[in-house]
Design a protein around this ligand. Sequence first.
Ligand SMILES: Cc1cc2nc3c(=O)[nH]c(=O)nc-3n(C[C@H](O)[C@H](O)[C@H](O)COP(=O)(O)O)c2cc1C
Length: 160
Amino acid sequence: MKATVAYFSVTGRNEQVAAAIERELVDRGVTVERVFLKPKNNMGAVGSAVRSLFNRSVELDLPRLPEPADLLALVGPVYASSVCPPVATFLRSLSGLEGAKVINVVCGYNTHPEVIRTINGRLRALGSGPIVERTVRLKDIDSPDRVAALARGVVAEALA
Ligand SMILES: Cc1cc2nc3c(=O)[nH]c(=O)nc-3n(C[C@H](O)[C@H](O)[C@H](O)COP(=O)(O)O)c2cc1C
């Protein structure tokens, strides 16, 4: 089984979640391609939030799109109550998911079900299979153990 773990992170919290999901998948024998959704021009967190607010997109510095996989794990921050621009651009660049399972994790100071719903809508339009979703407060993943527990939970659910 193959999985793509695509994530965006500025200060490292979402990166920790993505890395924990990758570890959990690898432990279960899944081949993982981890993809950092790197903006072409480093815009910083504030620039990113402003872009989210005004629905401006960013270009990504991705040499190529990830190989098609059986599972896509998407991890990214909430900015200005919106999908962060690198994740939004990535979702626009995908052509089809062909029934792939999806893990959709968004992290923020608060939970944001509306952001999860927006991302899920795009994933379903791309033909995703079942989606395991979590809107996570940073204070609920404030230790490596809690990050690992989150990763274990979403991976177990996605692979069940
Ligand atoms: C400019 C800015 C705007 C933000 N807006 C929100 C928000 O609307 N709601 C929320 O819950 N968190 C918000 N956050 C918190 C981010 O989601 C949080 O910093 C991010 O998940 C940390 O991830 P990272 O360490 O991977 O960069 C905001 C953060 C920044 C810097």
